[in-house]
Design a protein around this ligand. Structure first.
Ligand code: TXA
Ligand code: MG
Length: 345
């Protein structure tokens, strides 16, 4: 398939004509990858089952893994759900556009293929000017999973999308690098007690404060975000968010997380690196090096892809503190990338 590439001009903008062309592709049931503030998304008209089917094929995504529907104005929520409660309004007002996805009961017109067969639909309004004008211009609500081949690290730079999807989709819009770098917080609002199904940079504390009651993580999230030495099987459970059961973000290299006092982690990293290199392996390190957790999150997926590009055999990463909410969200991705291999040092 011919893939059109749309790039920013010198003013860091996309020409209006290009937005219209990309929007037209979406309207006609095609696939367009576009930047968001979290990671790049691969968009299709969420209410067109044939378009959504193409999207699953292009990504190689299992069909029971539901998609997030992206909207550009709050009125579009009406198309998707009958349940716009005061709490939903409040969260939408406070956090949209932004990296928060709300899981809500779905209306009948939302095709089952979009929701992976579930009676609920996940919705968010991305905080990215290109994404918002593309969605508006298309007049559609846009289903958009991360714009990677299923199982690859999520794409946070335009180059990552080209590497994964060139030749498999109708168009790719190359914008700026994603400023958040990890996917949105997914909040299930279908129950009386809202529950976080996927951690992100919008934290339980922020959500609790906004709603005036406690918002907790789904137990599955905690099991997938903290390594529990007493229960090494703790990653095996029935998750409520279907996407959580798949191995994600796997770099080609093996990856191990080192957890312990900072001086032990630094020492062991060097020791293992030297030892492995002596036997001919190439080793890449992921360290904070003075970066904040937010900065580390922004760069994490890019770092995995960079190390893979360098042909590294083994990646060693220092554990982050799960008592910090952003640390927990990033550890959730790191543990998945490492296949839950943690070395206590
Ligand atoms: O930041 C993001 O959310 C990015 C950008 C592109 O917006 N999108 C993204 O999509 O991460 P994806 O498809 O890679 O992840 C969607 C997640 C999956 O874990 C899926 O299981 C969950 O959202 N999800 C979607 N619909 C759901 C539903 N109805 N109930 C529970 N979980 C749902
Ligand atoms: Mg994804």
């Amino acid at each position: 398939m011919d893939t059109k590439i749309f790039e920013l001009n010198d003013n860091n903008e996309l020409a209006g004509g290009e937005i219209r062309e990309a929007a037209e592709i979406l309207k006609n049931g095609g696939l367009v990858a576009f930047p968001t503030e979290t990671v790049y998304g691969l968009g299709a008209d969420a209410l067109n089952p044939l378009a959504v089917e193409k999207l699953f094929v292009a990504k190689g995504r299992p069909s029971d893994n539901p998609l997030i529907v992206h909207i550009a104005d709050i009125q579009s929520l009406d198309l998707l759900t009958p349940a716009i409660t005061p709490d939903v309004k409040l969260l939408a007002d406070k956090f949209w556009p932004g990296p928060l996805t709300l899981v809500l009961p779905k209306k009948a017109q939302v095709p089952h293929i979009t929701t992976g067969g579930l009676c609920t639909v996940a919705v968010r309004m991305p905080d990215n000017a290109i994404a918002l004008s593309l969605i508006k211009e298309s007049g559609c609500v846009i289903a958009a999973p991360s714009a990677n081949i299923s199982g690859h690290p999520s794409p946070t730079r335009g180059k990552h999308v080209i590497d994964d999807l060139f030749g498999r989709v109708d168009a790719i819009i190359i914008g700026e690098d994603c400023k958040v770098g990890i996917e949105s917080t997914v909040l299930d609002m279908t129950d009386d007690n809202p529950v976080i199904l996927r951690p992100g940079i919008i934290t339980p504390e922020q959500l609790s404060r906004a709603l005036g009651r406690t918002v907790a993580f789904d137990p599955a999230v905690l099991a997938q975000s903290k390594h529990d030495y007493d229960q090494p099987e703790s990653a095996d459970f029935a998750p409520r968010s279907p996407g959580m059961k798949y191995t994600h973000y796997a770099p080609k290299a093996d990856m191990i997380i080192l957890e312990g006092a900072p001086e032990n982690v630094a020492r062991e990293m060097q020791r293992i690196k030297t030892e492995q290199e002596q036997s001919g392996s190439r080793v890449g390190l992921i360290r904070l090096d003075g970066k904040s957790y937010e900065e580390a999150a922004r760069d994490f997926f890019a770092k995995l892809r960079q190390l893979d590009g360098e042909g590294v055999d083994l990646i060693l990463a220092g554990a982050l503190s799960s008592s910090d909410p952003v640390g927990l969200a990033l550890m959730n991705r790191m543990l998945k990338a490492a296949g839950y291999r943690v070395l206590h040092v």
